[in-house]
Design a protein around this ligand. Structure first.
Ligand SMILES: [Zn+2]
Length: 172
């Protein structure tokens, strides 16, 4: 294989990346957009929040603090921390929700354009699968089709508990 050029070539990572105008992920992190419950954790270059989309109470979002729209543009340090943060997020929702499974997905397109990357860390139980008669990606599609965003007060309550669990456990 030759060097990374052409379509696969990437510009050097910009280490200084201010919040991006018109980016919902940046707006939620900076406080420009309403975020029920507030930030759960901010460490190792990553931010953890409750998901504002219709994926149920307990679903977290894990995203780089910088405005990054391609996984390949993470710094080595951000990439190294990613697994630890995702693992910890999965442990937190597992402790709080005792789910059947925890889905971790990244579908960061907005209007078919690359968007600020964000993983959803979604606890899934039998009740959700039965309600939507689906599992896996089809469950997420079904939940988005319903458009039922979670009750803000339930999100605030969950977020407070998640923050407690996050801070009393340590990331190795
Ligand atoms: Zn952004």
């Amino acid at each position: 294989m030759g060097p990374l050029t052409g379509r696969c070539g990437r510009q050097p990572v910009r280490l200084l990346s201010p919040p991006m105008d018109g980016c919902m992920a940046c707006d939620l992190t900076s406080g420009l957009a309403a975020l029920p419950g507030g930030t759960i954790a901010r460490e190792l270059g990553w931010v953890v929040e409750h998901c504002v989309g219709p994926l149920g109470v307990g679903t977290l979002v894990v995203k780089p603090e910088r405005h990054v729209v391609h996984l390949a543009d993470l710094t080595v340090e951000e990439a190294a921390a990613m697994g630890r943060i995702l693992h910890h997020a999965a442990k937190v929702v597992t402790e709080l929700c005792d789910p059947d499974q925890v889905y971790v997905a990244l579908w960061s397109h907005a209007e078919r354009r690359p968007a600020h990357i964000h993983y959803v860390v979604q606890p899934v139980d039998q009740e959700a699968m039965a309600k939507h008669d689906a599992h896996g990606p089809k469950l997420q599609v079904a939940m988005f089709d319903t458009g039922d965003t979670p009750d803000p007060s339930a999100v605030e309550e969950f977020t407070a508990r998640a923050r407690d669990v996050w801070t009393r456990t340590t990331i190795p």
